[in-house]
Design a protein around this ligand. Structure first.
Ligand code: CA
Ligand code: CA
Ligand code: CA
Ligand code: CA
Length: 400
């Protein structure tokens, strides 16, 4: 009745490349395809661990942007250390060997724990089909990025408390989110029938994951909130919602996404650990960054907390956003915004901003990073915002 292998999305509504989500990629490893999301520093892909486990090879990542399809060989990948092969901690990070294509969207991660009940957008390179037939196309070429929508209905450990030993896997509490594939009929409303979470879906926008979508994102707004992990066809007592009884991403099935908000510390700290040239103390901060000639390079801003936590476990945070000076977002650097978390044991961390290389002679230019909305600390009496400036040093022969 249940499979916990790769699955993803059966979208009845779909869009092709060029309609957004240019940072959702296809990931290839060991003869298998999945999907993934380019994260906010332009250096890492968030995907699922089960694409890699038990296989060998070198990962590659294909971007579809207005510039066409670009496939990059990965430098390596990291599985979540507690991945158990049975749907828990099913996350991996793929490390690009350089910067992602400039035209690919970078995505922040969803950090709040209010996902259940929210509409989300599913994007991936999985098989397509319809809710009545299930996934019908084969995986592989050509790249076809599909899009659909759904709503998170429940947290996956609810399955255990409601269905007991009917299910043969044990979702870790708080770490997975569920959605079902609705056709508007009560009898095929999987979470209504199985969990008492009644919702008849989003009409023609509704979709689910299918093979090839594994590792792909579920976005709430423009942030990745879930990572596609598995689908299931479940029945319980008189409840038999799957329209055809097969695990094929049809109406009446449910799917699970790894809950990104529960893994933000692992994601953030894994990315930061890759910044070999990041400053560790104020004296090492580089405020003037050479522009470079191609791709992007990282400029770092160092945030330090010098106060005392109310408890050692307290997590601190600030929000941040870049702002143009004489340098302009999109032509001189890539705009970014997000939340920087300081986890227990951390009193400082860096924010990375991508500087765009080119071969044009131009003046040295500046941009800003604003930091605001501190949680768990303050910037000092009456101070609502901190601002730092970086200078992009032209290296193409400007004479002034
Ligand atoms: Ca649904
Ligand atoms: Ca439903
Ligand atoms: Ca089915
Ligand atoms: Ca240059």
């Amino acid at each position: 009745m249940v499979t916990t292998t790769t699955h993803y999305s059966d979208a009845r509504y779909r869009s092709n490349a060029g309609e957004g989500f240019d940072g959702v990629v296809r990931v290839y490893y060991g003869g298998y395809y999945g999907s993934g999301t380019l994260l906010f520093d332009g250096r890492a892909i968030l995907t699922s661990a089960h694409l890699f486990a038990g296989r060998s090879g070198t990962a590659s990542v294909s971007f579809e942007t207005v510039a066409g399809t670009q496939t990059l060989t990965a430098q390596g990948h990291t599985l979540h250390p507690a991945y158990d092969g049975d749907g828990n901690n099913d996350l991996a990070l793929v490390w690009l060997s350089g910067a992602a294509p400039i035209g690919a969207d970078r995505y922040g991660i969803y950090r709040d724990e209010d996902e259940v009940g929210q509409r989300m957008t599913l994007v991936g390179y999985g098989r397509n089909g319809t809710g009545n037939t299930g996934a019908t196309s084969s995986e592989g070429s050509p790249l076809l990025r599909l899009q659909a929508a759904n709503r998170f209905d429940a947290e996956a450990s609810t399955l255990v408390s409601r269905l007991g030993s009917t299910i043969d896997w044990t979702p870790l509490a708080g770490t997975q989110l569920l959605a079902d594939f609705d056709n508007g009929l009560t009898r095929n409303d999987a979470h209504g029938q199985l969990l008492g979470r009644h919702d008849l879906g989003l009409g023609l926008d509704e979709g689910l994951i299918a093979g090839g979508d594994s590792g792909g994102p579920a976005f709430i707004g423009d942030r990745v909130a879930g990572v596609a992990s598995y689908t299931a066809s479940l029945s319980y007592g008189s409840a038999d919602p799957d329209i055809d009884g097969f695990n094929n991403s049809s109406f009446g099935e449910l799917a699970a996404w790894q809950r990104v908000s529960a893994y933000q510390q692992w994601i953030d700290q894994s990315l930061r650990a890759r910044y070999a040239d990041a400053p560790n103390r104020p004296a090492d901060v580089v405020t003037a960054v050479a522009e470079g000639h191609t791709d992007t390079r990282l400029a770092y801003f160092l945030l330090q907390f010098t106060g005392v936590r109310s408890t050692p476990e307290q997590i601190l945070s600030v929000d941040y956003a870049t702002r143009d000076g004489s340098a302009q977002a999109g032509s001189d650097y890539l705009a970014t915004h997000g939340t920087l978390m300081l986890y227990p044991g951390e009193d400082q961390a860096v924010i990375a901003v991508e500087i765009l290389g080119d071969r044009q002679a131009e003046p040295n230019e500046t941009f800003y990073l604003d930091v605001f909305d501190p949680v768990g600390g303050s910037f000092g009496a009456g101070v609502a915002k901190l601002t730092a400036v970086r200078t992009i040093i032209d290296d193409d022969g400007w004479l002034a």
